[in-house]
Design a protein around this ligand. Structure first.
Ligand SMILES: [Zn+2]
Length: 72
């Protein structure tokens, strides 16, 4: 049976697959965009297993809507 727990599911902005966001190792872009782990890795992200953080952020240029055009 397919269990539906949509609360934590978010759609990867790059490949469109659903990921569990913070429960898995998705990389958050801004307030409500998420890059799934696979895409984040492909884009140069480096995940620290011990600390459970991204030690190197993936290149998300062109993926998320520009929240702050002045931001770097
Ligand atoms: Zn993805």
């Amino acid at each position: 049976m397919h269990r539906s727990e949509r609360e934590n599911l978010v759609t990867c902005v790059a490949c469109g697959s659903e990921t569990a966001g913070s429960l898995e190792r998705g990389f958050s872009i801004g307030a409500d965009s998420v890059l799934c782990y696979e895409c984040a890795k492909q884009r140069g992200g480096r995940w620290d297993e011990e600390r459970a953080i991204w030690t190197r952020e993936p290149d998300v240029a062109g993926l998320a809507r520009p929240v702050d055009p002045e931001g770097r």
